[in-house]
Design a protein around this ligand. Structure first.
Ligand code: FAD
Ligand code: DHB
Length: 399
């Protein structure tokens, strides 16, 4: 098969890239390892920055799915922060001259983007195997893959590696070209979906002496909760009873009395929290887009927004190349993306530090680090100047 841009991976990065390229008349083909229903059932991100939402509006959805984001997405003009039982509101819109974030499930976005790409005639192969990238040194690289008992060769001008942290794209670049940075955190997150009406109209980020907790309303019938857990904890360590006990402990307010609403736990998973960056994000005709190149701690809700921002930078660069033959933007792709990602990384890391207990570090010193965190928490709670800087980063830097 032949196309202009071969896209590996149908996550937010790959699907958005295909849409944005199409707007500029550029063809692409997407190959994806998973089956479609798996992608649409995987509950993950949900906080959309204002610019991400505006970009989605620009792709002109053909199907009614485009409207679903506005109909079902919940716009938050503020979020709640809680330090040891004391809660305050960060009025995001007031602090940023009108910016807000929207909560809408990533799995719903994936479904919307796939439905529309199909309507627009973009070819997609699901459940592909044995993906290999070849001839990156030539002008026409090739992606080999296996699909429905057939071996395929996809010939293209460019390869977009949008295949997430465990994909093949990054591994196709010679090791000596890449610099990798990694930080592991001494904790993980337990994520819980609960069938219950909302406990609060806005997101709550809570720091408690037992560790971090997060509440988010996903709809009138579904809430998401997250708990900081120890590295190495498995789901068997977390009975429903223990989960509710810790959620109440870490999220309930001391004064005035307020409590979370309980319901049926629909699913629970644990993942480890990590930071990963790779530089550069390009090698010859191959571009790394999204999680394949950078993972950030989930606390700032930045990962999906960064993946979509990379897709925008790449589509602009490739469009310029096809239209004018200039490769200026192609050459600056990596630098431009990394500039934004390092900034988001710094925000996500400092927000994580602000809200989690680092029991490992604390056990090795006299409490100095914890005092630092408490000072930063007081500063955020009391200073409008600090709140403004926080709100600007939380709602997202402009594209
Ligand atoms: P992915 O979504 O990982 O997609 C990569 C795709 O490539 C996958 O579909 C995979 O199956 C496919 N693939 C892999 N290998 C191959 C191969 N060899 N061949 C073909 N296909 C392949 N981010 C936010 O911005 N806001 C949030 O609120 C937020 N909350 C989160 C909450 C949780 C619990 C988690 C886990 C993450 C959260 N994130 C959030 C992060 C966000 O989900 C990711 O950053 C985002 O999914 C990255 O998109 P991507 O397209 O780069 O990668
Ligand atoms: C959610 C996840 C996050 O990482 C975050 O910062 C806020 C909300 C969520 O999945 O609801």
């Amino acid at each position: 098969v032949q196309t202009q841009v071969g896209i590996i991976g149908a996550g937010p990065a790959g699907l958005m890239l295909a849409h944005l390229l199409l707007l500029n008349g550029i063809d692409s083909i997407i190959i994806e390892r998973n089956i479609q229903s798996n992608l649409e059932g995987r509950i993950r991100a949900c906080v959309f920055e204002q610019d991400t939402l505006d970009l989605l509006d620009r792709i002109h959805f053909k199907s009614i799915n485009g409207r679903r984001l506005h109909l079902e997405g919940l716009m938050y003009h503020g979020i709640r922060m809680q330090f040891n039982g004391k809660r305050f509101r960060l009025p995001l819109s007031k602090l940023t001259n009108g910016k807000a974030v929207t909560v809408y499930g990533q799995h719903l976005l994936i479904e919307d983007l796939i439905t529309d790409l199909k309507l627009k005639g973009v070819q997609m192969y699901f459940q592909v195997k044995n993906v290999e990238i070849e001839r990156l040194d030539s002008e026409r690289p090739m992606i080999r893959f296996h699909h429905s008992e057939t071996d395929y060769e996809m010939h293209c001008d460019f390869v977009a590696g949008c295949d997430g942290f465990y994909g093949v794209s990054r591994a196709s670049i010679p090791r000596e070209i890449l610099t990798e940075y990694e930080r592991k955190y001494p904790f993980g997150w337990l994520c819980v979906s609960v069938a219950v009406e909302p406990s609060c109209e806005e997101l709550i980020y809570s720091y408690h002496q037992h560790g971090f907790a997060l509440y988010n309303k996903r709809s009138n019938e579904l809430s998401r909760f997250y708990l900081q857990v120890s590295t190495g904890d498995s789901i068997e360590d977390w009975s429903d009873e223990r989960i509710w006990e810790q959620l109440h402990l870490r999220l309930n307010m001391t004064d005035p009395h307020w409590t979370i609403k309980q319901g049926q736990i629909l699913d629970k998973t644990i993942f480890s929290v990590r930071t990963f960056m790779v530089e550069p994000m390009q090698y010859k005709q191959l571009f790394l887009v999204g999680d394949v190149a950078h993972i950030m701690p989930p606390t700032g809700a930045k990962g999906m927004n960064m993946a979509i921002a990379d897709a925008k930078v790449l589509s602009d660069a490739l469009s310029e190349w096809y239209m004018t033959d200039s490769n200026d933007q192609i050459q600056s792709y990596s630098e431009k993306c990394l500039h934004r990602v390092w900034l988001a990384q710094e925000f996500a890391m400092s927000m994580s530090e602000l809200l989690h207990r680092n029991f490992d570090l604390e056990s090795k010193n006299d409490g100095f680090d914890q005092q630092m965190i408490h000072a930063r928490q007081r500063h955020l709670a009391q200073s409008e100047h600090v709140q403004r800087a926080f709100a600007h980063m939380y709602t997202g830097t402009p594209f």
